[in-house]
Design a protein around this ligand. Structure first.
Ligand code: ZN
Length: 54
């Protein structure tokens, strides 16, 4: 995982904790990747949202 992605995931985690909806994440907690890079996985396999487990 590159630093830019790691930082973006961390920021999304903090934003989500602050009340941002998980649909607004730019990164995917499930796959630890950019949301746009695993979008297909979610659609085809029904993995669900990008949000962290509660
Ligand atoms: Zn994903």
């Amino acid at each position: 995982m590159n630093k830019k992605l790691a930082a973006a995931i961390q920021r999304d985690n903090e934003l989500e904790d602050a009340g941002m909806h998980s649909d607004d994440r730019r990164t995917c907690w499930t796959h630890q990747s950019w949301a746009e890079d695993c979008e297909d996985l979610h659609i085809k396999r029904g993995v669900g949202s990008n949000s962290r487990p509660a």
